[in-house]
Design a protein around this ligand. Structure first.
Ligand SMILES: [Mn+2]
Length: 284
């Protein structure tokens, strides 16, 4: 299938700067592909501790523009591969895809749950909310979206190991499936991904994949904004990628997010991200 790359140059969802600089570094290696760009609005980043919806207007302005581009790519019968950026960019890439496909499941490959709501967030950094937003639990982040949301019962997190207390309650109450990093180590990538695909595709028209680089261990991929120790290794990251390729018929859209070049060491994270992208672009 023809892939369109979309640079989601955004870091307003997180306190740490620099995730907006990642996409362009990565897409510069794929210049013979169609590349769209969405840049973050020129606003001053809100950082006040007591503000529990930091940069809400900026994130919304950005996401609405990205939503329209991903929708256009889908309607042009191209495959949207959105490259972030902090993970708030997936609110719009995922919802744009389901607005065209009508019914989809979602697999969120991430060390974090990203399943806080405005009622449970402790930091007010909005990149802790996007998965809940795709499930329709954060109205203030999805006003541009008309149509179905992702059902929690078709929502799967793969690689979780750093969940907030109240976020855990949200996940449990909504029946989101979680596969931890420990379960990947114990059962292997194949088994976990097979199970994840089964749950996400149950009674849907396909799957949106959102791949956060912080699922990988920060010793080998330090270039992310919020690293979490004891992650998956490079082999496992590539095994996940190979699984996606083998099952590409079910996949309707994908993100690769959170590469932060200002945090990287010796281009380690960049090289892993490029290997994932090269494989996906060559094989989808
Ligand atoms: Mn994330």
């Amino acid at each position: 299938m023809n892939i369109s790359l979309i640079e989601a140059n955004e870091d307003l969802g997180v306190n740490v700067d620099g995730a907006d600089l990642g996409p362009n570094v990565l897409t510069s290696h794929f210049k013979d592909h169609t590349i769209y760009k969405v840049n973050k609005p020129k606003v001053k980043k809100e950082r006040e501790k007591e503000n529990l919806a930091k940069n809400l207007d900026g994130v919304n302005e950005f996401d609405e523009e990205l939503y329209n581009i991903v929708k256009k790519v889908k309607n042009d019968k191209q495959f949207p591969l959105t490259i972030g950026g902090d993970h708030t960019i997936a609110i719009s890439s995922a919802l744009a895809s389901i607005s065209v496909e009508k019914s989809l499941g979602i697999i969120w490959i991430d060390a974090h749950g990203d399943y806080n709501t405005f009622d449970t967030t402790i930091t007010g950094n909005l990149h802790g909310l996007p998965l809940a937003a795709t499930n329709g639990l954060c109205d203030r982040l999805t006003s541009f979206h008309k149509g179905n949301f992702y059902k929690a019962t078709n929502t799967v997190i793969v690689g979780a190991r750093d969940l907030d207390l109240k976020e855990k309650i949200n996940l449990k109450e909504n029946n989101v499936t979680i596969f931890t990093t420990a379960e990947i180590k114990e059962k292997g990538v194949q088994k976990i991904m097979q199970e994840a695909f089964k749950i996400a595709s149950q009674d849907t028209n396909g799957i949106h994949i959102s791949y956060d680089l912080d699922v990988i261990d920060p010793i080998i991929a330090p270039g992310v904004s919020v690293p979490a120790n004891d992650g998956i290794n490079e082999e496992e990251a590539m095994e996940i990628t190979d699984f996606l390729i083998k099952n590409k018929d079910k996949i309707k859209s994908m993100d690769l997010v959170e590469y932060n070049p200002t945090r990287d060491k010796e281009d380690k994270t960049k090289n892993i991200a490029l290997n994932i992208l090269k494989k996906v672009i060559a094989n989808f």
